[in-house]
Design a protein around this ligand. Structure first.
Ligand SMILES: [Fe+2]
Ligand SMILES: [Fe+2]
Length: 204
């Protein structure tokens, strides 16, 4: 069995350069600002910083692709089973497409990184702690205009990445319902599980 690729700082440098050349300036800036928060959270919660840097810098690698390009990349591979709502709105698969592309550059890269990137869009119980960190960082990085600075700081002060994602989902799920957008099954399952898990924690 092939061994897992041992990540080095140079892997990050190379990937950052590929992203810089592949996306718009504003997207690249968003990626680096997401990285800044992700590193802060990784340090605080003892998650591997290099993995957080790689997942953060790469998460929106395919965000500016067309829906057709994203769908073609995902369907060409047998590594990803898209959900119904993702097939209806292929832009939701930009995380999946990015993860598949990353694997082409670094075969046998940690699955943890691939899952964090794959699920940063709609969330899933498969995303793991690194995934919660990327999801939160993507949501609260400093250039985001959808919530106030105060609200970002409050989210980041919560006790765990799980609590941060739960809080974000508590806000976004009703918003999506009002807008009559389909809410992915994986989002609802994640929401339910985080709620159960955190409630169980409070009862101890
Ligand atoms: Fe994204
Ligand atoms: Fe993003």
């Amino acid at each position: 069995m092939p061994s897992m690729h041992t990540l080095k700082e140079t892997d990050y440098t190379i990937l950052e350069e590929i992203v810089r050349r592949s996306v718009s300036q504003s997207r690249f800036k968003h990626s680096l600002l997401t990285l800044k928060v992700a590193v802060r959270l990784a340090q605080r919660f003892s998650v591997d910083c290099l993995k957080a840097k790689i997942a953060a810098v790469w998460h929106d690698y395919a965000r500016e692709w067309s829906g057709e390009q994203i769908l073609a990349t995902v369907l060409q591979s047998n590594r990803c089973q898209p959900q119904k709502c993702e097939l209806e709105n292929p832009m939701l698969l930009h995380g999946a497409a990015a993860a598949l592309e990353l694997e082409k550059y670094i075969p046998y890269i940690d699955n943890e990184i691939l899952l964090a990137i794959r699920w940063h869009t709609i969330g899933s119980v498969k995303m793991g702690r690194l995934g919660y960190i990327i999801y939160t960082a993507d949501f609260i990085e400093e250039s985001r205009k959808h919530i106030t600075r105060h609200e970002k700081a409050r989210l980041e002060e919560l006790e765990s990445p799980e609590a941060m994602v739960l809080e974000i989902l508590d806000d976004t799920i009703p918003y999506l319902s009002v807008k009559r957008k389909t809410i992915a099954e994986s989002t609802l399952i994640l929401h339910h599980q985080l709620r159960q898990g955190l409630m169980a924690g409070y009862e101890k």
